[in-house]
Design a protein around this ligand. Structure first.
Ligand code: FAD
Length: 456
C-alpha cells in the first residue's frame, strides 16, 4: 500500500515522524508539498520567505533523491491537491505534521473530512513543528499557560521524544505528476543579505553553532554588534531543523549557554501553545486593554519613518535597516523597535507585525504576532507597561556604537556611544551628518502612552 506524506513547515528528512510512520506502514510513499493558494492570498507570500522556501524545497528534493525518492510539488487548494494525489497514487493514508494556527486546524479538519469520505485516513503527528506538543504542558485549571515562567517550569520537566534518524531509503510511487520546483532566482524584491535555506544549510549552521556559538550564548545573546545568536530561526520556521533534535543536541552540549538556548526554544513552544489555545490571538488582543492607538492616518508619517529606519533614534533605525537588508533582525532589535512603535509612537501593534511579516524570513504567526502582543502589552507579558528607552537600550546593548555605525552610514563619523545621541552635537558638526532629527521626544511619547493607558 501507498502513503502520501504532506510536508508543510517541516521541510527535512531528519527527525521526521510523518515520513518515518509512512515508510514503516507502506511499501511506497509520495512525498508532497502543496503551495497553498489560501496561504498566499492571506498575505503570506512575502518574497523573502518564498525565496527561502524555494531553497528548502529544492534541498528537500535532493535529500529525497539521495534516498531513491523525489518531491512532488503542486499548487492550488491544498485539500484538492492532496485528494488528487491520493487518487492518482491510490494511497490509503496521508501523514502530516500538526500545526498550531487556526488555519492549520481548519486545513486538518477539511483534509480529514475529504479523505474519510473516500475511505482514506489522515494521520496527524505531534512534535514535528514544536519540541513538545502544544497541549502537552497545561495547568490544572486552564487549557494553556498565559505566563512563560510557570510554563517553562513544567516544560523543562518533560523529556522530548527521541530523535529519529533520516531514512536510508525512500521508495516512492512513480508516475505522480509534479510541477517544476520554484527557484529563488525567479523572485524579485528580495532582501540583499537574505540567508540561504535548505536542510543541509540548516544542519551546517547547527553544527557550527554547537561547536563555537552556544557556549557563550548566555553572556552574548543581547550583544547587538556581536551578532552572537544562532540565526537558526528561519530553519525552525521552515522546519529544516527539528526543534526536538535541537533540544537534545543543545542539552548534550551542556553548560549555561546551552541552558539559555533551550529556554529560548521553550519560548517558541510557549507561543505555539498560546496560539493553539487562542487561535484568534494572531489578530485580536490576547488581553483586552481597550488601547486607544493613534489613527493610522494621523500617524502615517511616523509609521513610514519607522519602517524606513529614519526615526532619528539611531539604534531603532539601525535595527529597521537590518530587517530590510537581511530579512532578519536581532531579538534585541525586535524588542526595542516594537516597543518604540507601540509605546513611544503609540501605533497599533498590528501595523508593526504586518511590516515584520512582509520582510522577516522567519516570520510566523505564533512567534511574530504573540511577541508583538507581548511587547505591546496586549499579550502575555506580566509587565505590560514596561517601555524600552531606545537611547538607554542603545548604550547598553551597543556600548561602542558599532551596530549603529554598521547600519546607519550617515553616522559613521561619530565615535563610540556618541552615535546614540546625534542631537547633542552642535551647529556645523550636527549639520555635517545627513541624519534626521528625532520624530518624537521620548518624554512626549511616554506621556501619551501613560495618559492612554491611564484611560484604558
Ligand atoms: P536565538 O537567540 O539563537 O534563539 C534560538 C531560537 O529560539 C530561535 O531561532 C527561535 O526559534 C527561538 N526563540 C528565541 N527567542 C524567541 C522568542 N522571544 N519567541 C519565540 N521564539 C524564540 N521569532 C520567530 O521565529 N519568528 C518571528 O516572526 C518572530 N517575530 C518576533 C517579533 C518581535 C516583535 C519580537 C520581539 C520577537 C520575535 N521573534 C520571532 C523572536 C526572536 O526575536 C527570534 O526568534 C530570534 O531573534 C531569532 O534569532 P535566532 O535564531 O538567532 O535566535
Amino acid at each position: 500500500n501507498v502513503s502520501v506524506v504532506l510536508f508543510t513547515s517541516d521541510l527535512r528528512v531528519h527527525d521526521h515522524p510523518p515520513l518515518r510512520a509512512a515508510l514503516d506502514g507502506s511499501s511506497a510513499v509520495v512525498p508532497l508539498f502543496v503551495r497553498d493558494r489560501a496561504v498566499d492570498t492571506a498575505g503570506f507570500a512575502a518574497p523573502n520567505r518564498l525565496a527561502f522556501l524555494a531553497d528548502c524545497l529544492r534541498d528537500l528534493d535532493t535529500g529525497l533523491r539521495e534516498r531513491g525518492g523525489h518531491l512532488v510539488f503542486r499548487s492550488g487548494d491544498v485539500v484538492d491537491q492532496v485528494c488528487r494525489v491520493v487518487t492518482e497514487a491510490d494511497a490509503d493514508d496521508v501523514h502530516m505534521a500538526a500545526g498550531a494556527s487556526a488555519y492549520a486546524h481548519r486545513r486538518e479538519e477539511r483534509l480529514r473530512t475529504a479523505l474519510e469520505s473516500e475511505g482514506r485516513r489522515l494521520h496527524v503527528h505531534d512534535t514535528v513543528i514544536t519540541a513538545l506538543a502544544p497541549g502537552a504542558v497545561t495547568p490544572a485549571a486552564s487549557d494553556h499557560f498565559a505566563v512563560f515562567t510557570p510554563y517553562f517550569r513544567h516544560w523543562a520537566r518533560q523529556q522530548p521524544r527521541n530523535v529519529l534518524g533520516a531514512p536510508r531509503a525512500v521508495p516512492v510511487q512513480e508516475g505522480i505528476g509534479s510541477e517544476a520546483l520554484p527557484r529563488r532566482g525567479d523572485l524579485s524584491g528580495l532582501s540583499e543579505g537574505l540567508a540561504e535555506g535548505g536542510e543541509r544549510e540548516g544542519r551546517k549552521r547547527l553544527t557550527a553553532w554547537l561547536r563555537s556559538g552556544i557556549g557563550s550564548y548566555e553572556d552574548r545573546h543581547d550583544d547587538l554588534p556581536g551578532d552572537a545568536t544562532s540565526r537558526l530561526s528561519p530553519h525552525l520556521h521552515f522546519g529544516t531543523l527539528s526543534p526536538v533534535e535541537l533540544v537534545h543536541r543543545a542539552r548534550k552540549a551542556g553548560g549555561p549557554g546551552a541552558e539559555a538556548f533551550v529556554r529560548q526554544l521553550a519560548w517558541r513552544d510557549f507561543h505555539h501553545q498560546v496560539l493553539a489555545a487562542r487561535p484568534d490571538a494572531g489578530t485580536t488582543d490576547y488581553r483586552t486593554r481597550r488601547d486607544l492607538w493613534r489613527s493610522q492616518t494621523s500617524a502615517a508619517r511616523d509609521i513610514d519613518a519607522w519602517k524606513e529606519g529614519r526615526t532619528g533614534y539611531p539604534v531603532v533605525d539601525a535595527a529597521m535597516r537590518q530587517l530590510r537588508y537581511e530579512g532578519w533582525m536581532h531579538n534585541r532589535g525586535r524588542l526595542l523597535t516594537a516597543s518604540f512603535l507601540t509605546k513611544t509612537l503609540y501605533v497599533d501593534w498590528r501595523v508593526g507585525a504586518r511590516h515584520f511579516l512582509e520582510l522577516l524570513v522567519d516570520g510566523d504567526i505564533a512567534n511574530n504576532q504573540l511577541n508583538w502582543q507581548w511587547v505591546a502589552g496586549t499579550g502575555t507579558d506580566t509587565r505590560p507597561n514596561r517601555v524600552l528607552n531606545p537611547v538607554l537600550q542603545g548604550k547598553r546593548y551597543d556600548p561602542d556604537g558599532t551596530y549603529v555605525r554598521r547600519w546607519v552610514p550617515e553616522l559613521e563619523g561619530l565615535d563610540g556611544a556618541a552615535v546614540h545621541e546625534p542631537w547633542k552635537l552642535k551647529g556645523l558638526e550636527r549639520a555635517a551628518h545627513d541624519y534626521p532629527e528625532p520624530i518624537v521626544e521620548l518624554a512626549d511619547g511616554l506621556a501619551r502612552f501613560k495618559h492612554a493607558r491611564g484611560r484604558a
